[in-house]
Ligand binder design. Structure first.
Ligand code: HEM
Length: 206
């Protein structure tokens, strides 16, 4: 029987990642508020995980293990099975322009769930890279002495902190668009919950 669009390991890892990301974002906002980066920018208590910086930090470390281990499993699974390459590459520039134009005209069709459009591919690649960057910069902010060479390479401790904060903005921006699109095209959400259609076999394509 041909595999489904989203085999169960992908679904499990996707939703575990969503939980981990939400923990990381909300606890990160709790830590941030103790020592702000952008003057005047504060996160309301309603959007912070942990009553103040210390408990938020505990949440951040707990979420980090789930994010890092689960993310590593997703990358290894995607690379070993070839799924990442099949689903996210190639990205053609012409198709990218075409999809952006259609989206701006609210033509958001997703008839064939088994193929990601160029914008989706690009956004997924960007968010995967942002996730990797968050784990690396988070590690550097946590252990700046042990990784002093890498910290210096990225511009010093405060610069790494800002880069970590900037990565959060990319992920939150992605999340807003991603969740909005999955609600606009609910069959994609259903597929990410149940596995979706079976992929065409070589015989189907020939
Ligand atoms: C919490 C709310 C979330 C919802 C409702 C959601 C929903 C979905 C849906 C419906 C798809 C399938 C899209 C399609 O088949 O066209 C998908 C795929 C994907 N999502 Fe999410 N997602 C969420 C959180 C996240 C987060 C936090 C990230 C990463 C920061 C993420 C990254 C991805 C990636 C990389 C894919 C492609 C997966 C693959 O095919 O390997 N999602 N998501």
């Amino acid at each position: 029987m041909p595999p489904r669009l989203h085999p169960w390991p992908v679904r499990l890892m996707h939703w575990a990642n969503a939980i981990a990301m939400i923990i990381m974002i909300l606890s990160g906002w709790g830590i941030y508020d103790d020592y702000v980066i952008i003057p005047g920018l504060h996160f309301s208590a309603a959007f912070r995980l942990g009553a103040w910086a210390a408990p938020s930090l505990l949440w951040h470390f707990a979420g980090m293990w789930l994010l890092a281990v689960n993310g590593l499993c997703y990358l290894v699974y995607g690379l070993v099975t070839g799924r990442l390459r099949q689903r996210m590459l190639p990205i053609r520039f012409g198709e990218l322009v075409h999809t952006v134009r259609d989206t701006l005209h609210f033509k958001i069709e997703h008839n064939d769930l088994t193929v990601y459009n160029a914008v989706q591919k690009l956004l997924y690649i960007v968010v995967i890279l942002a996730g990797i960057s968050q784990v690396v910069t988070g590690l550097l902010v946590w252990k700046p002495i042990q990784f002093s060479a890498a910290v210096a390479l990225l511009g010093g401790f405060q610069a790494v902190r800002v880069e970590h904060f900037f990565g959060m903005f990319i992920i939150v921006g992605f999340l807003i668009v991603h969740v909005a699109l999955s609600l606009l095209v609910p069959q994609t959400l259903w597929a990410m919950l149940t596995g979706g259609p079976r992929l065409p076999t070589h015989e189907d394509l020939s």
